[in-house]
Design a binder for this molecule. Structure first.
Ligand code: AHR
Length: 322
């Protein structure tokens, strides 16, 4: 190849990247984040910042401190500022139509991150980057069924935030999976609001009500943080988490791998904290070429157990902002 030809080829290879970068660098995105209730949430915030930086996108994050009214205010403020797009991690599933209509009227695309909303008007958002949270519950329930076999097993459940799509769906999936096994019974289920403190407090009440925990065979938590709180409560009650009471949860945060290493937790279903990366890519393609993304960009849900080299996974995750 002549020098001229190779220069042309190199430039052609670079062109899409340069064009994408130029579009990305001109973008300002407002992100209405729920808060910092869990390690997973902290990692999502941190990964969103680094994914924005990689693409030279300006990202403005508003922390709603778990309140939908603060998220609505943040969206209105982003609309008033004329941002190029809004990312929304909706704390609860309902009550978004009015404010999302305001964003639509202002021609600002909205992308949902990690949770869904309930609306009859799907045109209120461009796409949703989420896992299949019903499937996460199914994976957790099937893991339990496989591990208890035909033994009778009473389960207690720590639910996520009331009204959050992921709490409703993780319950639904787990219930569906255990319904196929008459030896497995859900005996108590209550919200722990996705926090360690609440997970511990609610587990203490479960243990008291169930013969100091002796009636309980397994604990299912809608996230690892609540499971970590529960593990503490189980230990304080004089029982061995991971043995006397099996512990299965969701997220795959570094601390659950620490619990795997000492035999105190048994399984987790991974939720990637990188929801923003695919959302930015969809947004850039939309702005640059008018490419309309699918309504749902689904992330993976991988099951981890203590046989999966917990030290290695812990090391790979610990720098991600959890
Ligand atoms: O919406 C995702 C969930 O929100 C995570 O599983 C949980 O840890 C977080 O609070």
């Amino acid at each position: 190849m002549t020098l001229r030809k190779s220069l042309v080829a190199a430039l052609a290879a670079l062109t899409p990247f340069v064009a994408t970068s130029a579009v990305a660098a001109s973008l300002t995105v407002g992100f209405s984040q729920i808060g910092s209730e869990s390690g997973w949430r902290a990692a999502e915030t941190s990964v969103s910042k680094s994914e924005a930086q990689k693409r030279n996108i300006t990202l403005k994050i508003a922390d709603a401190q778990q309140k939908q009214e603060n998220q609505i205010k943040a969206i209105r403020s982003f609309v008033a500022q004329g941002v190029d797009a809004i990312f929304l991690a909706p704390v609860v599933a309902t009550g978004w139509d009015a404010v999302l209509n305001e964003a639509k009227d202002a021609k600002i695309p909205v992308i949902l991150l990690d949770r869904d909303i309930e609306t009859a008007n799907k045109s209120l958002y461009l796409t949703a980057v989420t896992s299949d949270s019903v499937h996460e519950g199914v994976v957790a329930g099937e893991w339990l069924a496989k591990n208890v076999g035909s033994k009778p097993c009473n389960v207690v459940e720590l639910q996520g935030t009331v009204g959050a799509s992921v709490a409703t769906n993780r319950k639904k999936g787990f219930d569906e999976a255990i319904a196929k096994h008459s030896n497995i019974k859900m005996i108590r289920s209550q919200t722990g609001d996705f926090t360690r403190a609440k997970g511990k407090e609610v587990t203490e009440s479960f243990l008291k009500a169930e013969n100091g925990g002796k009636n309980i065979c397994a604990l299912y938590a809608h996230n690892d943080d609540m499971a970590v709180g529960a593990i503490q409560a189980i230990k304080e009650a004089g029982l061995k988490p991971g043995k006397d009471i099996l512990v299965v949860s969701i997220d795959a945060v570094p601390d659950i791998f620490k619990a795997f290493m000492v035999g105190e937790a048994n399984a987790t279903v991974e939720l990637t904290p990188n929801m923003a990366g695919p959302a930015f890519d969809a947004l850039i393609a939309f702005k640059e070429k008018g490419t309309v993304p699918p309504k749902w960009i689904q992330t993976d849900s991988k099951l981890y157990t203590p046989t999966d080299d917990p030290q290695k996974i812990y090391d790979s995750k610990k720098g991600l902002g959890y």
